[in-house]
Design a protein around this ligand. Structure first.
Ligand code: NAP
Length: 295
């Protein structure tokens, strides 16, 4: 039960049963000695989003995270967009002030998680996927100075549209300008005669749900990891799991030197959202400890 003065926060989305965000944000409240609550707010359909936002604002909620499938749905409901949301083209954080402003902490959260891996910024980055997380990955790696990018996608038209959209504005151009050789590959062509980019690859990021449900990992993806792995190579899976993920296991077998799953990005994007709502930036150690204990 919320007390007067409690900070009310929540996560807006669908199928939130397994979300770790309430554990993370409760740890932030505890770390900083703040009193508050972080609720899962299931919204059944896009049509219910506007009235839900109004109700939450009227009930005193200070802010929300937004997840699948509403990161774009909320855009028309917002009174203002922070530059982080404009650049990312999606919103994962809303602050009621009292009108709602949209932010995006996925890009900077991923950039921070990548920064911790001490990447050189040299060589080619391969991003698997063309959805919201892939878009965040492309922007994040371009801010880290990588100069060459390969996007691997089941749908070339969608991937091309994602890259074109990222290049549309001056801000985006300056962010992505370093990725001079933005290339597209299909999953089928990841190995074979056309795949002549393997030697340069220094970082692979999985921005698809592959492995999330312990699903079958396609043979050509396994071969790609084998071909690319080795000393100095990095793999980051945006999927996260209790003890790594199926793809972090594959990367380990293939000899990748630095490997991370999506847990650090999850914590980093949450830290940044918490600062937007409360003005205070948790260090996140208690959240990491609680997530490890849950594992
Ligand atoms: P999304 O917008 O729905 O995009 C999913 C992408 O994955 C699309 O490009 C889709 O391709 C591709 N895909 C799905 N299944 C595939 C398969 N079997 N083989 C090849 N490609 C496949 O989702 P998202 O928001 O980008 O999220 C992607 C993943 O990142 C999810 O697992 C999510 O949990 C994770 N994520 C983690 C964090 C974190 O903090 N760690 C943050 C955001 C997202 P098509 O277009 O061809 O369908």
């Amino acid at each position: 039960m919320a007390q007067d003065g409690d900070i009310l926060l929540g996560l807006l989305g669908q199928s939130l049963g397994h979300s770790l965000s309430p554990v993370i944000h409760q740890a932030f409240f505890d770390e900083l000695g703040l009193s508050g609550r972080y609720d899962k707010i299931e919204v059944p359909d896009a049509a219910s989003v506007p009235s839900t936002l109004e109700d939450l604002s009227a009930s005193g909620y200070r802010g929300l995270n937004v997840t699948i499938p509403y990161k774009l749905t909320v855009l028309p409901q917002l009174a203002a967009l922070d530059v982080s949301a404009t650049l990312a083209g999606a919103v994962n954080t809303i602050k009621f002030d009292p009108t709602p402003t949209g932010y995006n902490t996925d890009v900077s959260g991923l950039a921070e998680a990548l920064y911790q891996l001490d990447l050189s910024g040299e060589g080619r980055v391969v991003v698997l996927g063309n959805g919201g997380a892939a878009r965040a990955a492309v922007i994040a790696v371009s801010t880290l100075g990588f100069k060459s990018l390969q996007v691997v996608s089941r749908d070339h038209a969608k991937a091309r549209a994602m890259l074109d959209q990222l290049l549309q504005t001056a801000e985006r151009q300056s962010l992505i300008a370093n990725c001079r050789q933005a290339g597209l590959t299909s999953f089928e062509d990841l190995v074979g005669p056309g795949a002549d980019f393997h030697e340069d690859v220094s970082l692979v990021i999985n921005a698809t749900p592959i492995g999330q449900k312990n699903d079958h990992i396609p043979d050509n993806l396994l071969q790609f990891f084998k071909s690319v792995g080795g000393p100095g190579k990095c793999f980051v899976d945006l999927v996260y799991g209790k003890a790594g993920t199926p793809l972090t296991g594959v990367a380990q077998q293939a000899g990748f030197e630095r490997i991370a799953d999506g847990m650090e990005m999850l914590i980093q994007q949450a830290r940044l959202a918490f600062k937007i709502w409360t003005g205070q930036l948790p260090d996140g150690q208690l959240a990491r400890k609680r997530l490890n204990e849950k594992a």
